[in-house]
Design a protein. Structure first.
Lengths: 395, 357, 395, 357
């Protein structure tokens, strides 16, 4: 066993660090550190900077414009981005659709769509979940009926993250209503300006607009927009759900949250002493530090397995479950650390008011509430445990 | 030994519940709770008319209640309806003024709204660390310091401020607009303000007020515990309904054993938290009042977190939306913990009592 | 609401306290406080003292020699016994068989058997569980075949607590092998000296002999020994499992354990201070104090409901689940408080050696391990949660 | 970065696993672990012959290993087999003597058994509170004090005692029978002794030994973590087998969702605990060795409790019996926590590091 990084990996880390020091805009880093949502323009700006450096598509092979990095390189990149408070890139085009196209798309689809993801012309969003279906994807109801060279789509999708910024959507639709649940599903792409597609905002628990509903009413989409075979969409859906995603454990987020929290608890005072000197608070902080330190290694161990075996095993679901638990515990602790000061509703009024709220911590309660989602979406932690019990434990 | 409400209290609860059900449905609540002045002045007046403020004070001071179970009854109902009216600030002020000769009628009638300003950025919970100072100025006093997250101050006609004169903590009154004030809404509804006192003229209400303030804060904590119990009951019912109705993989999600067990654990903890709130209500006139209140507030803090997190998790995406009432219950339940001492702060009081025994 | 006890109840408490001060033998109290198992002779002695006072059968009506106490009186008695370190009475005859006979027995059975329980001539043990059946009572296999006026019993029972001291056993046996699972079961009584009944010890995790296996090989038991109708034993089994038992929450045990633990943590030192001044330990202690304080009231609330409604609701299963969790947490904390000193194997050698082990705490690790049973037996906590989900929550 | 064992270590683990599987089945283990001398001297000699003690020490001191991962490898296998041989005392002594010029060969060959006496009734974990004193006596020294629960002392030829000479902690050697000694078995198997030192003659081995002792204790903690990882793997496998085979209500109990989820949580925590043990093993020569060891021992303590309690609960009654191996794993896993600092004690070290940073 050897936990050190190779000289090449260390050199890579130095390169990443230097890049971030030079290229990451300070206003974007600050906004990200403060836990506030980024504007679309900020996301686009960072996307373009990464693309210019060729470091945007970290999971794609080089031939398609990806980095071709090893899992360890991706881990290093993720860790350095977290340390520098760099925002994450959007996963819909880069981490989800891109790999699907590379594996299942036609040459024409790859040639047309992959470059548009990289250069930012396409902002993709996702049409997976449906109202009333939740984690039970196989029960989806949105129908696509063949009519000449088109599919005519009717139905409703929900939880479409940042759909308000997107111009295109990939969705799972039912193309054979008579097939058994998992069969009869296809994976299709649509322009959002297609007549009959309408997007409506969903307001989330903490007040923010992050997700949307998408309504399809006789929306016509060319059959050529289907990825993979008709009625074989389930294969793609499973691929997406279990596909190796960079940092499924969210270690980068957690490192950043932990460092913010340490700074806060050294700075703020309670009962005549620094917060970090309160034994009960320090105990909470130390316990989460330990859990996070363990998660870093667990993550590396699984990355290392994935590198050896080409694919991560089912146990990578553990990373998702435990990773979200740790992130949520950190959010909880930040909220606790602020005490009553976490209570004000985040608003543009308050943001400008440094006298009132520590700008580094302005959105902590909102982030806590918003991040309750991470154990629900992408296959809830309960679904992950069901899968782990079967595949990993043989129960 | 009797765990049933008396007839009087049952009648109070029934009429309050009915009033809130009729006039304060969740849509109305969300409309007023998240926009200035962060409550509904009309409903406030009606609530006062209903007598809920009188229920918080004993007869000899013009009320018709004032026992622990009266406060329990009122706040349990407010919690169930997620009502953001500033009844807690009124309770705090009324109980603090019990140590004075002050005429409580303007407060009890709801015509004059008060807030109690205690916490500071570096002393959110603990009186010992309070830094706001009071200084004599001619016949009167001036106050200097910063008070943070003063609940209900955004709508208060007057504010009672806790300030330090040497070693002694005193209670001083200022007009609501006497100091620089930043008002804001709260993430769980309702409003508060930060006060920036800078030689602000004030009237002394009570010198050596520490005992009175501690007692008032304990009444406020009891109220928060009762509010939490009411809100947890509502959140639980909503969740169980959902679990019975919502199907996934062809079955009601309530039929999944892992969720069943977690629901049972949650319900058990709610009953435990209710028990300690009842006990605290029964001990409000006893010498170990503070210890019982801290025990209850600690368990409430632990339990509200469990209920908020588990109810959102088990209901899934829908409970993440503004549209669905469970999300607002989850927020209120979470934020109750950081009012008047969080779970850890109260645990430390219980620890200190054990260590001293 | 009114949490105070009535003057009559307070007077009763004083009476109980005085009785315990005068009549509870100090050696028994000490042994019980030290967490060591009582000898049979000690149990018999205390049983006789209680019987002489008429305070033995706390759940029986007065007409059968019981106390006829209200649930609140039983609670007070339980609490005072715990404070005085009085041992619990054995439940098999008093709390289990007695109420069954009173409800389901013939006049002859009551007249013969109830007095023998009270005066100690009969020590009953229980034949409910079978190997491989666990909490699934309906699957029991021990068969009783009718042969003239006898049943001929074949099969095996297990987890027969203190069977080594007993002279009689009550068991569930299958009298109709063709009936559906719950049907076809009968409740029969047997003398343990019946030929064909053999008892063998089971050694438990901590090394003690507390439970036994009982083997039936063509053991003949008179049909007259059956309680209730043939094939109606399931009704009795359910009655026993859900019947109101005194202190299902084990609050008495927990109060005693908590007081011992406080004394220990004020006496012992660690890192140059009293254990109770260690903030992490004090936090554990305070948390459990709070849980226990809540459990006392929850218990009283349910007693009060039971008094009003005549029967406890299904929610009394909560008392069992949470009560065992609290007791086990207290046992865990005692073990922690002792640290390495909890490690020595309890033995007669060490017991005598006050230089080595604090006699008040000698058996704490053993008790911790032994008490892992309380969340397993009598319907495991998992089974209780299944029941609660259905009956109380309607899931 | 590489998480595979080197070939040498894999060979060592394989031969040790095979040896223990052949000669130390659980029935044999229970026979020797719970009766004086609480281990099997014959197997001990064979283990030493196998070179497991040499693996704990670097080449320059006569061993062939001595790195964190060597200790990890040996103790992981011992833990899996629940082996009660006094290898931990040997490790502690060997690592303490690394700071001296002592000839380690008699220990490495297994011919002379040592124990390290550190803990006291009021100072089970913390060196600062040690009260046993060393006093000069002619050319030598005498020791006075009480050492409690000295693992392996019941079978030791000699004992290294930590004692205080003024402010300095020193390391002193006494013969195994030089002081009054009470030997006993342990509830989880294996043996220990209490030592009653009363002007007991001793040889000074190392003055100003505090750093050496701290380092030796950290090696011992790493070993306990690795032992726990091995034992948890075995306990988990036993539990999962049981869950697959045992039926109740007509289904394998492993098909019940509530148990499935708890099994998944348990397995996840085992992997987390393994990760930190690996990290600690990698950091044994680093300046922040102690912090990494404390992080690992804390997480191990939390995880062993979870595994012990959950594996017994989910297997039910059978796991409550002496007959069934899972019960002995549960006991060992539980008691590992109170060796060389429990979870809380180690958490306090991690807290102190955070507060100092």
């Amino acid at each position: 066993m050897d936990l050190s990084f190779s000289p090449e990996e260390e050199a890579f880390r130095a390169e990443v660090r230097q890049f971030l020091a030079e290229e990451l805009p300070e206003d974007i880093a600050r906004r990200n550190r403060e836990g506030r949502e980024l504007e679309k323009a900020d996301m686009d700006r960072w996307h373009a900077i990464l693309n210019a450096r060729g470091w945007l598509a970290v999971t794609w092979p080089e031939e398609y414009g990806g980095t071709g990095w090893t899992p360890v390189q991706r881990h290093i990149f993720e860790e350095e981005c977290a340390r520098a408070s760099a925002p994450r890139t959007l996963s819909f085009g880069l981490a989800m659709l891109g790999p699907v196209l590379i594996k299942f798309g036609t040459e024409a689809q790859k040639a047309e769509l992959l470059p548009r993801i990289l250069d930012g012309r396409d902002w993709w969003c996702q049409g997976y979940s449906e109202p009333g279906a939740g984690s039970d994807l196989a029960g989806l109801k949105t129908r696509a009926e063949r009519d000449g060279d088109d599919y005519v789509i009717n139905g409703q999708k929900t939880w479409t993250t940042l759909g308000q910024h997107a111009n295109r959507i990939f969705c799972l639709v039912r193309t054979d209503p008579d097939a058994k649940k998992q069969a009869g599903i296809s994976f299709v792409l649509a322009d959002l300006d297609t007549p009959g597609i309408e997007m409506r905002p969903i307001r989330l628990i903490e007040g923010g607009h992050e997700v949307n509903e998408v309504f399809f009413t006789d929306a016509r989409v060319p059959v050529a927009n289907r990825v993979g075979e008709e009625n074989q969409g389930w294969t793609i859906a499973k691929y997406l759900l279990t596909h190796e995603r960079t940092n499924i454990a969210g270690v980068g987020f957690s490192i950043q949250a932990f460092e913010n929290l340490c700074a806060l608890s050294r700075k703020s005072r309670r009962n005549g002493r620094r917060m970090i000197d309160d034994p009960l608070f320090a105990a909470r902080l130390a316990r989460i530090e330990i859990d996070l330190e363990a998660m870093k290694i667990t993550n590396l161990r699984m990355l290392s397995d994935a590198t050896k075996n080409g694919q991560p095993g089912p146990e990578s679901s553990m990373l998702k479950v435990k990773g979200t638990v740790i992130r949520q515990a950190l959010n909880d602790l930040s909220r606790r650390a602020l005490g009553p000061a976490a209570a004000p509703f985040p608003s543009e009024d308050l943001e400008g008011n440094a006298a009132l709220v520590d700008p580094d911590q302005a959105a902590n309660a909102a982030r806590y509430f918003n991040n309750r989602k991470i154990s629900i979406y992408g296959g809830s932690n309960e679904i992950q445990k069901n899968i782990l019990a079967k595949t990993m434990l043989g129960l | 030994m009797d765990f049933e409400k008396t007839d009087d209290r049952r009648m109070l609860a029934d009429s309050l519940d009915r009033f809130l059900a009729d006039t304060y449905p969740i849509e109305h609540r969300n409309r007023v709770a998240y926009a200035a002045p962060f409550h509904d002045p009309e409903r406030w007046a009606e609530l006062a008319e209903l007598g809920i403020l009188h229920a918080l004070v004993p007869e000899e001071r013009g009320g018709f209640g004032g026992a622990g179970f009266d406060v329990f009854t009122v706040f349990e109902s407010l919690g169930r309806a997620l009502c953001p009216e500033p009844v807690l600030p009124a309770l705090l002020v009324l109980r603090a003024l019990m140590a004075t000769e002050a005429d409580l009628e303007p407060i009890l009638s709801g015509t004059r709204r008060y807030a109690l300003a205690v916490g500071e950025p570096d002393a959110p919970y603990d009186l010992d660390a309070i830094e706001t100072t009071a200084a004599r100025s001619g016949a009167g006093w001036t106050l200097t310091g910063r008070k943070s997250v003063v609940y209900g101050a955004q709508t208060a006609d007057a504010i009672l401020v806790v300030a330090r004169d040497g070693d002694a903590l005193g209670l001083y009154e200022i007009e609501g607009d006497a100091a620089e004030r930043i008002d804001y809404g709260l993430i769980d509804g309702g409003g508060a303000s930060d006060l920036f006192l800078d030689a602000t003229p004030a009237d002394l209400v009570l010198a050596d007020a520490e005992a009175a303030i501690r007692e008032a804060l304990d009444w406020g904590r009891l109220a928060l515990c009762a509010e939490a119990v009411g809100a947890m009951d509502a959140a639980r019912d909503m969740m169980l309904d959902y679990m019975r109705q919502r199907t996934q993989f062809g079955r009601p999600i309530g039929s999944f054993q892992a969720l069943q067990h977690r629901a049972v654990e949650m319900v058990t903890e709610i009953e435990q938290a209710r028990s300690l709130t009842i006990l605290a209500a029964a001990r409000m006139d006893d010498p170990d009042r503070a210890r019982h209140v801290s025990m209850a507030k600690n368990l409430i803090g632990r339990t509200t977190q469990l209920v908020a997190e588990e109810s959102v998790q088990m209901q899934g995406g829908i409970a993440m939306t503004w549209e669905y009432p469970a999300s607002h219950y989850a927020k209120r339940l979470t934020m109750i913990d950081t009012q008047l001492g969080d779970a850890d702060w109260h645990l430390e009081q219980v620890m200190a009592a054990l260590q001293a025994a």
